[in-house]
Design a protein around this ligand. Structure first.
Ligand code: HEC
Length: 138
């Protein structure tokens, strides 16, 4: 084989590998999920409780994020709606927390509203949150 042919073969392989990699990413992004399926872990929600107490409780009554008030505001909507509101907080420092920390707070809200914990942590990236619907709990 000449050097040129080797080069062509190598770049074809690279292109193939890239195609496979992006196909995997697309599949994951498209995998729609419901909050009632267990989309966060218990440990994650516990960390969210601590964060809520230190960063949110000074301005909000927990009742705002629980029961009927929570259901009326966020149920049957894409989880990104709640996420957008949460990342705009704290009011005095919007977006100042890490994506993983905002995910922990959302996990905490789900837990106090009776959504079951699961085996996998809620990923704080927008792409992952966008694939989730906050369905009415089962
Ligand atoms: C400095 C005060 C302050 C802090 C701290 C704060 N918030 Fe807020 N938050 C507000 C105010 C004021 C509003 C707008 C009025 C309202 O909806 O209560 C608001 C609105 C919200 C809303 C939107 C409510 C809706 O129905 O649209 C959410 C969700 C929320 N806050 C979550 C949080 C979370 C989570 C934290 C902690 C990371 C937090 N807030 C920290 C003052 C604060």
């Amino acid at each position: 084989m000449t050097t040129t042919r080797l080069f062509v073969a190598a770049s074809t392989l690279t292109a193939l590998a890239l195609t496979v990699a992006s196909a995997t990413v697309d599949l994951r992004a498209a995998q729609a999920k419901n909050a009632s399926e267990g989309i966060y872990t218990k440990a994650q929600a516990e960390r969210g409780l601590t964060l809520y107490d230190t960063s949110c409780a000074s301005c909000h009554e927990l009742g705002k994020f629980k029961g009927t008030e929570f259901a009326n505001a966020w149920t049957d909507k894409p989880l990104i709606d709640l996420h957008t509101a949460v990342v705009s907080m704290p009011m005095d420092a919007p977006g100042s927390m890490k994506p993983a920390e905002y995910a922990e707070i959302i996990a905490y809200f789900l837990s106090i509203n009776g959504y079951p914990a699961g085996q996998t942590e809620l990923d704080g990236s927008e792409a992952s949150i966008k694939a989730i619907t906050l369905d009415a709990k089962k």
